[in-house]
Design a protein around this ligand. Structure first.
Ligand code: MOS
Length: 753
């Protein structure tokens, strides 16, 4: 193996920013020291809907050290949000405007911002702010909201309406074997370690630098510039380190808006951090109801799919997701119909959360597929293979690649699926019922136009930069090793800059497109540097490379070397010195190319996975343990097997949380999420996780994106919860169709013999 393979794409190098993170040197949004900083603490409203009659802020203002109390009555004039001021991730509707007027739209809505010289003072003074309200009728009960389900004419840009084919109802009516089931998913909230936080640094010339917890610094910059009527040049947004997000940082949150409003009004630097409770007052994975009806021949051939779902949104924005398309795309079936709608409740608008739509819709579809396998008396894996489709059945297009068959095989082999005993409740060990379940996962392989700059210095140091984000996903590392590989440099000689709106244009980090997109941009920029280097080298007198072109040489070990004769080469630093070059700097934009755009119309681009799960269920207590998971993933080319595996591990853990733990509970008498803390909102902890085996099957795909990379941030969660639910059925013989599958639901369906 040569040096290039050790540093470049495909090598399992450690996280390049790991040391900074574990030593505490990496600063997160609320950790940047600023002299003369003011601290803002948000006061949350107490009612679900209505209006503020009176706010009493006198006691707060009387506390020494309090500088200002901002409310809707004294806020400065704002250029405001109209249609053109929405952030790029906003769904159709009218975005929430903090401290805009006296109207209350959801429980926990910010009603005041207390600013003081210390955080403790601000927090204490905030506790003294009181308000009286006039309440209006509201509904936070999603089941009741079903009567209001609708589909707005204006769709989200990212939304793909389901396309029906054949006559699903007629095929279902006459099917030999039928399954019909309704599923429910509880609301989930993103619970990253780092809460939403902004540190706004005020400069005397009126410009601001904002350290913000966001997945897209340029999205926040553009939002702030338009809302406050500032030029884009006078706003810089930095998110060099992000402590997790899961989608919660796709849209600018209200703390950044409040912090900037206060900084501009008081002409001072301001920090605002949400509390953990306030993290439950904005976006969340929508609550969902899904019904699936399947018809099949006696031999298990699917003949009918009817898949319909409703997800929750707010009254002021129409958030929508791709929930029902996945099963329609994935399986061979001549008659299939999909129906999707949203239903408004009086909460903040639901939002994207890791694999939005697919994590919900594919999970339930795969639970229905499991039910059909049992109904038809076929092994669940064999049933899926029987209905396997090489093409995208909903769109009638081929996939750029689909190595799902290989994923099923590799996963089944590693899991030992062939040793499964078919009947439910047939694999008992001690006091525990053992169950094995399988589910398929599917997500998009997207690409988003991205720019990157590469700058090579005469001492051989390479800096690559882009306004990309690393939300814990490995972007720093992916950029570093792609650059190192392209120019044959040790990765230690590469510096990555990202998370800064002043860097070359990049999209928000989301949809699993970042590695494929910024990776391609970095590769392109570094290739351009290589070309300039070679040109300079071949111009040198007595060049050992002669008139070599790029195809004739390779870059490795800091040198340009002739492929034909590896004894002939020249050090990059020597070339630059001899040519009198201090730096070579190139900025490139990866757009996916024209051929990419054309084939995008004719081909489907997706990742696939096969998830195998073992659960053990205590027969008397209903306690579920997920003891083993094998997730076999087909996601094109893997840039870094180590960070890639970590992405799938995280997705699987979140999938186990979806299956067993995560649930935001509303007390409808208050219209408020009540378990708004880490004690009562359950996410899996270490003791909940057994063995997780991640497999990447070989899936060469030069067509899907410029580097052949498909992305991994989201595929790991899709299907996992379904496989857990299916394993629980296999263990207990009880089908729980409501996630999370908590102990009470299992005991309620009396798993006891
Ligand atoms: Mo992801 S929900 O696109 O951050």
């Amino acid at each position: 193996m040569n040096i290039m393979q050790n540093v470049g794409i495909g090598s399992a190098i450690n996280r390049v920013e790991g040391l900074q993170k574990v030593t505490g040197r990496a600063r997160y949004a609320a950790e940047h020291p600023v002299p003369g900083l003011l601290y803002g603490v948000i006061v949350s409203g107490a009612i679900a809907k209505g209006r503020i009659v009176e706010i009493d802020e006198a006691a707060a203002r009387a506390v020494p050290g309090v500088v200002e109390v901002l409310t809707h009555r004294n806020r400065p004039h704002i250029a405001w949000f109209d249609r053109s001021h929405r952030d790029m991730v906003a769904p159709p509707g009218s975005p929430f405007k903090a401290l805009y007027d006296d109207k209350i739209l959801f429980s926990g809505q910010p009603i005041a911002l207390v600013l003081a010289e210390s955080f403790e003072t601000a927090r204490y003074a905030a506790s003294l702010v009181s308000a009286t309200y006039e309440t209006e009728p509201y509904n936070t009960d999603f089941e009741k909201a079903q009567s209001e389900r609708f589909m707005p004419r204006k769709k989200r840009d990212s939304f793909h309406p389901p396309k029906s084919r054949g006559d699903a109802q007629a095929a279902y009516d006459t099917a030999s074997v039928k399954v019909s089931a309704e599923y429910h998913l509880a609301t989930e909230h993103h619970n990253p370690m780092e809460m939403h936080a902004s540190t706004v640094i005020w400069e005397d010339d009126g410009t601001i630098t904002v350290h913000d917890k966001t997945q897209g610094p340029q999205n926040v910059r553009d939002y702030l510039a338009s809302v406050f009527g500032m030029s884009a040049k006078s706003v810089r947004v930095v998110n060099a380190f992000v402590g997790g997000a899961f989608g919660s940082g796709l849209r600018p949150q209200y703390q950044v808006y409040l912090a900037v409003m206060a900084a501009r009004m008081l002409k001072r630097s301001v920090r605002v951090v949400m509390t953990r409770q306030q993290m439950f007052t904005h976006g969340h994975r929508p609550e969902a109801l899904q019904s699936v009806q399947l018809g099949a021949e006696k031999d298990g051939q699917l003949t009918a799919i009817l898949n319909s779902a409703t997800t929750s949104t707010s009254r002021y924005e129409n958030n929508m997701e791709d929930v029902v398309i996945w099963g329609l795309m994935n399986y061979a079936c001549e008659n299939a119909s999909g129906e999707y709608a949203i239903a408004p409740v009086d909460t903040a608008t639901s939002s994207d959360m890791r694999a939005p739509g697919a994590a919900t819709g594919m999970t339930f579809f795969e639970m229905a597929m499991d039910e059909m396998a049992y109904a038809a008396g076929i092994d669940p894996l064999e049933f899926r293979l029987k209905n396997y489709s090489e093409t995208d059945q909903m769109n009638g297009t081929p996939f750029t690649s689909k190595a799902l068959r290989e994923a099923y095989a590799a996963g089944a082999e590693a899991f030992g699926w062939s040793r499964r005993s078919a009947s439910p409740r047939s694999m008992k060990e001690g006091k525990e019922l053992v169950g094995w379940g399988v589910a398929t996962g599917m997500w998009d392989a997207m690409f988003s136009k991205t720019s990157a700059k590469a700058r090579l210095s005469a001492n051989g140091h390479l800096e690559v930069s882009s306004a990309a984000s690393d939300i814990g996903t490995g972007t720093y590392t992916v950029m570093a090793q792609t650059a190192a590989g392209a120019l044959g440099l040790p990765v230690e000689q590469v510096t990555v800059r990202l998370g800064d709106s002043s860097l070359p244009i990049a999209p928000v980090e989301g949809g699993s497109w970042m590695a494929a997109s910024v990776g391609a941009a970095v590769q392109q920029a570094c290739d351009a540097v290589a070309e300039k280097l070679l040109k300079a080298a071949t111009k040198l007198e007595a060049s050992p490379l002669g008139k070599a072109s790029l195809e004739d040489v390779r870059f490795s070990d800091g040198c340009i070397i002739l492929r034909e004769d590896t004894s002939r080469g020249v050090a990059i630093t020597d070339v630059m010195r001899a040519a009198g070059m201090d730096t070579i700097e190139v900025e490139e934009t990866a757009s996916g190319g024209i051929s990419g755009m054309i084939s995008q119309m004719r081909k489907s681009r997706n990742t696939h996975s096969a998830v195998f799960v073992e659960v053990r269920v205590d027969e008397e207590l209903g306690v579920v343990r997920v003891t083993r998971v094998v997730n076999a993933v087909a996601a094109g080319r893997i840039i870094n097997p180590k960070t890639a595996r970590s992405q799938i591990l995280g997705g699987v853990v979140m999938g186990i949380g979806m299956a067993l733990h995560e649930e935001s509970m509303i007390d409808h008498r208050l219209g408020r999420f009540m378990n708004h803390n880490y004690a009562e909102y359950h996410v899996p902890v270490n003791a909940d996780i057994g063995s997780i085996d991640v497999i990447f099957v070989d899936e060469p795909d030069p067509e899907v994106t410029p580097l052949g990379v498909k992305g991994l941030g989201e595929i790991g969660i899709v299907g996992t919860a379904g496989a857990v639910a299916n394993a629980i059925y296999h263990a207990t013989g009880r089908r729980v169709r409501s996630l999370p599958i908590t102990i009470d639901k299992l005991l309620d369906s009396s798993i006891m013999p």
